[in-house]
Design a protein around this ligand. Structure first.
Ligand code: SF4
Ligand SMILES: [Zn+2]
Ligand SMILES: [Zn+2]
Length: 318
């Protein structure tokens, strides 16, 4: 006899963490896709004529995102999806992933552009980290990589005139970012984590994160259920992020209390709802006097980073 909480008579595949409902593979897939659609609607992430630039590393999250989004966007014939892969220049890691990203985008018949740090900045992340270690620089590899990758995605997105950039940040990432900004006492970034795509400046490309309510284990399970190919090589610099401490703490909390992550995101939503819209929309942005890119800090974080490291950027990024 079937347990009373089983979705149907198909073979059991997994159990939902909250309701402990036993789901078959098909109902699990349906639940995830439905939740992504709900997030897209809840946060007004898409418009019919959007050209979405999807940050595509070839890891599990971005592979699942390309799979779900490419099928979802079929309902919007005037929309367009372009995968953007950033090659940071991490030997033995990113170079291994590039062929897979090409293969996957070809499979989904999606435009694909690859932009390297080397082409954009004239240096690879390996070289930057080498210099930073010699100078005993305080920023972690991931912090530097994050600053440069965000700019690289923007640069690529502007080049092909995307209207929004989609990233595969999941529920775990989202809860970590919220807590990270609390730990740092950074109220501005805490507010800026809004899940609605915000046009902060006419030159700013709004971000969307359709997986904000899908947890990392659910993404792994979805990829497994759909037999999706993705890379899982570890980045050699991954150990260096402060985020790792928060990640460890939150996964332990989630293991003990299954709704921890979603509770954090829901609470953050409620706090943002209480704020006047102007508080979120009016983040003063200006043009960096060095590179001309818009930023809330002058010089912008990219120019500041290169200045502090004593690295000359390549002419492409002037
Ligand atoms: S783990 Fe850190 S250094 Fe490696 S790709 Fe990710 S952000 Fe960059
Ligand atoms: Zn079922
Ligand atoms: Zn700058």
């Amino acid at each position: 006899m079937l347990p009373s909480s089983h979705c149907c008579s198909n073979l059991p595949f997994t159990k939902t963490s909250h309701s402990q409902m036993v789901l078959c593979k098909n109902h699990f897939i349906e639940m995830i896709e439905k939740r992504v659609r709900k997030s897209i609607t809840k946060y007004n992430m898409l418009e019919k004529e959007d050209h979405i630039g999807l940050g595509f590393s070839g890891g599990k999250d971005s592979v699942v995102l390309i799979h779900i989004l490419s099928s979802f966007l079929k309902k919007y014939p005037d929309s367009k999806l372009t995968a953007i892969t950033i090659d940071e220049g991490i030997k033995g890691y990113r170079d291994k992933c590039l062929n897979l990203t090409r293969k996957i985008t070809k499979h989904y018949q999606i435009n694909h552009i690859i932009l390297s740090f080397k082409d954009l900045y004239g240096v690879t992340l390996d070289q930057i980290i080498n210099i930073s270690q010699q100078k005993n620089f305080s920023l972690s590899a991931c912090a530097m990589c994050g600053i440069l990758r965000r700019r690289a995605i923007d640069h690529a997105g502007k080049g092909i005139k995307v209207s929004k950039i989609a990233t595969a940040h999941n529920l775990d990432d989202e809860a970590q970012s919220i807590l990270l900004n609390i730990v740092r006492g950074d109220s501005k970034k805490f507010i800026r984590l809004s899940r609605n795509p915000i046009q902060k400046h006419r030159e700013f490309i709004p971000r969307i994160r359709p997986f904000v309510r899908i947890s990392e284990p659910e993404i792994v399970l979805y990829a497994h259920a759909k037999l999706l190919e993705y890379h899982s090589f570890p980045c050699p610099y991954a150990y260096s992020a402060m985020r790792n401490d928060i990640r460890g703490f939150l996964s332990e909390m989630e293991r003990k209390r299954s709704q921890t992550l979603i509770n954090i995101v829901n609470l953050h939503d409620k706090i943002l709802d209480l704020l006047p819209n102007t508080e979120i929309m009016t983040i003063p942005l200006d043009k960096c006097s060095k590179c001309g890119e818009i930023s809330n800090k002058i010089p912008c974080p990219v120019c500041k980073l290169f200045d502090e490291l004593g690295i000359e950027k390549s002419s492409l990024h002037q």
